[in-house]
Design a protein around this ligand. Structure first.
Ligand SMILES: Cc1cc2nc3c(=O)[nH]c(=O)nc-3n(C[C@H](O)[C@H](O)[C@H](O)COP(=O)(O)OP(=O)(O)OC[C@H]3O[C@@H](n4cnc5c(N)ncnc54)[C@H](O)[C@@H]3O)c2cc1C
Length: 231
C-alpha cells in the first residue's frame, strides 16, 4: 500500500522542498467547457479552434462560470497546519485529511527557509528583509518543533490517547490532504491566494497548482495570467 505522505508522480515541490502539491486526478478539458456553454445549441466539438478560445475568454471575463464547473481537479497537498487552516476556508472545495486520531507515524515539521519581518502598515502582512540575521532564530524553531514531537511521543508512551496527545503539536506540523475543486472555484482560489495580499506560504501552493493545470487548460491559464493574476 502506498503511503499518503509520498508525493504523487505529478507534483510540484514548494517551501524549499518541505511541502508539495500533486495532481492526482482530473475530469474534463477546455473542450468540455465550450461544449457545456453550447449545450443549448445541441452541438459538440472535440477540438478547440480560435473561436472556442474566444468563447472561453468571454465566459471567464463575463463570469459565466457554470461551464467551467464541468472541469474538476483532485490535488494531494502536503502543507503546514496554518496553510491548511487558510485553505479550508474555501468552502467550495472538498477535503479529506490524514487524521492524528488514527496515526502517530510520519510526523514532520516546517522550518521556514527564511524568517520575514512583520509589516508595519498591514497588520497581517510580512516582508523579506535581506539583512535579517535569522540563522539562530530558525534553529530555535527547529528545536521547538523537535521538543514538541518529543513531548508528543512521551505522552503516547505514558498511555495518553492520540487525540489528546496531538494537542501539543505546533502549527508548523505538516499535514496531508486530498482537495477536489472545479475550475471556476480554483481560479477564484488562485486569484485570492496567488496575490501579494496572501501569506507567502499558501501563495507557493497556488502558483504550483497553476503549473499543474497548465497542460490541461492552457488557454484558461493564459487568460488568468494576463487578466486575473494579482487583480
Ligand atoms: C488575503 C486574505 C486574507 C484573509 N484574512 C482573513 C482573516 O483575517 N480572517 C478570516 O476569518 N478570514 C480571512 N480570510 C478568508 C476569507 O474571508 C475567505 O473565507 C476565504 O478567502 C475564502 O473565500 P471565499 O468565501 O470567496 O471562497 P469559497 O468559500 O470557496 O466560496 C467561493 C464563493 O462561493 C460563494 N459562497 C460560498 N459559501 C457561501 C455562503 N455560505 N454564502 C454565500 N455565498 C457563498 C461566495 O460567492 C464565495 O466567494 C482571508 C482571505 C484572504 C485571501
Amino acid at each position: 500500500m502506498e503511503h499518503l505522505n509520498i508525493p504523487p508522480a505529478n507534483h510540484v515541490k514548494v517551501l524549499g522542498g518541505q511541502g508539495w502539491v500533486g495532481l492526482i486526478d482530473h475530469l474534463g478539458t477546455e473542450s468540455t467547457i465550450v461544449n457545456a456553454a453550447r449545450v443549448s445549441f445541441g452541438k459538440l466539438k472535440s477540438t478547440m479552434d480560435e473561436r472556442d478560445v474566444k468563447l472561453l475568454n468571454y465566459l471567464i471575463e463575463n463570469r459565466h462560470t457554470s461551464p467551467l464547473e464541468h472541469v474538476v481537479f483532485t490535488f494531494s497537498v502536503h502543507c503546514p497546519l496554518f496553510v491548511r487552516g487558510q485553505w479550508h476556508r474555501h468552502r467550495t472545495w472538498s477535503h479529506n485529511e490524514i487524521s492524528r486520531r488514527y496515526t502517530e507515524i510520519d510526523i514532520d515539521f516546517y522550518t521556514p527557509e527564511k524568517m520575514r519581518r512583520q509589516a508595519e502598515s498591514n497588520r497581517q502582512a510580512s516582508f523579506a528583509d535581506p539583512d535579517f540575521e535569522d540563522t539562530k532564530l530558525r534553529a530555535m524553531v527547529d528545536e521547538s518543533n523537535r521538543n514538541a514531537l518529543k513531548l508528543y511521543e512521551e505522552l503516547l508512551a505514558a498511555g495518553v490517547c492520540r487525540e489528546q496527545a496531538r494537542g501539543v503539536l505546533p502549527q508548523n506540523m505538516m499535514t496531508t490532504f486530498w482537495a477536489t475543486v472545479d475550475l471556476s472555484n480554483l481560479l477564484h482560489f488562485m486569484r485570492l491566494r496567488d496575490s501579494e495580499h496572501a501569506q507567502y506560504e499558501i501563495r507557493e501552493y497556488a502558483i504550483a497548482m497553476r503549473k499543474l493545470i497548465q497542460p490541461i487548460v492552457p488557454n484558461v491559464v493564459k487568460y488568468y495570467e494576463e487578466n486575473m493574476q494579482g487583480k
